[in-house]
Ligand binder design. Structure first.
Ligand code: NAP
Length: 259
């Protein structure tokens, strides 16, 4: 299918690896010009070069912390006018609900709620003025069902979800859609780290922790960043203009709910 976004300019945050990289790859495959970002310059520049060579598109790499206001300003300056925004950053640490103090919650809010909101506030007005735009926020299954060790994620990402629910309806009339993609368990370094926490707690190996987790996923496997990225690219496509304010779960059926 031609997604009809060749030549659009896309900013994909936190995209040197994992789900962000999956989104960058799929948008490049669709012919978008990319601005990619991550904190570590080396892996980011390597990923940008690989994607540019594979897909023959222009890719600008901006090493910066997207959660930090100065880092974000540098990314926005380099990105200029963009048609497509994919927000992403690292996830909050796992723990127990009594572990966290005010500072931990503020950090989680900055990372998982306020940074994506600041990016939308900076870029959506331009999209509205030009009459077309797409925003996809990478959030988590934790907004549909609480993940017990991830209380910081459950809390902070719910705040972003509420903001998107209202804002998406305020901007849709200008040709801009905002939606959220909710990963379940996809095969990335972040998931390896979380599996290691379980493995250490239960005195088992990472592979055993992974098998335990897979037993609870009806699809019988972890998701793949490539398939996640292609769903992102579809949401950014010309064909997705009537999808507004939705929370789309990609979790292999792990979350048991009827609708
Ligand atoms: P990952 O494989 O660890 O990749 C994270 C990427 O984000 C890297 O490119 C990293 O590069 C970059 N990054 C992290 N913090 C950043 C920051 N402050 N500024 C700029 N770049 C930053 O993680 P992932 O699995 O793709 O997860 C992405 C997001 O989805 C996370 O918020 C995670 O909690 C959420 N999520 C993932 C899953 C899953 O199944 N994988 C499930 C639910 C939710 P640098 O380290 O160089 O900055």
């Amino acid at each position: 299918m031609d997604l009809k976004i060749a030549g659009k300019r896309a900013l994909v945050c936190a995209s040197s690896k994992g789900l962000g990289r999956g989104c960058a790859e799929a948008l490049a495959e669709a012919g978008c010009t990319l601005v990619m970002n991550a904190r570590s310059a080396g892996p980011l520049e390597a990923a940008a070069q690989e994607i540019a060579e594979t897909h023959g598109v222009e890719v600008t790499a901006v090493p910066a912390d997207i959660v930090d206001p100065e880092g974000r300003a540098a990314v926005l300056e380099a990105a200029g006018e963009v048609d497509i925004l994919v927000t992403n950053a690292g996830g909050p640490p796992a723990g127990y609900w009594t572990d966290w103090d005010r500072g931990d919650f503020i950090d989680a809010l900055d990372q998982s709620m306020l940074a994506p909101i600041a990016l939308m506030q900076a870029l959506v007005p331009g999209m509205m003025a030009r009459g077309w735009g797409r925003v996809v926020n990478i959030t988590s299954r934790s907004v549909k069902t609480p993940l017990l060790p991830l209380g910081l994620s459950n809390a902070a990402r719910s705040g972003l979800t509420g903001f998107v629910a209202g804002t998406s309806r305020q901007v849709a009339g200008s040709g801009v859609t905002i939606n959220n993609l909710l990963p379940g368990v996809h095969d990335t370094d972040r998931i390896d780290e979380l599996d290691d926490v379980v493995a250490a707690r239960e005195g088992i190996g990472r592979d055993a922790a992974r098998e335990q987790r897979i037993a609870g996923i009806p699809a019988g496997r972890y998701g793949d960043p490539g398939e996640f990225g292609r769903m992102c690219a579809f949401l950014c496509s010309a064909h997705a203009g009537y999808i507004v304010g939705q929370n789309i779960l990609l979790d292999g059926g792990e979350t048991f709910s009827t609708i």
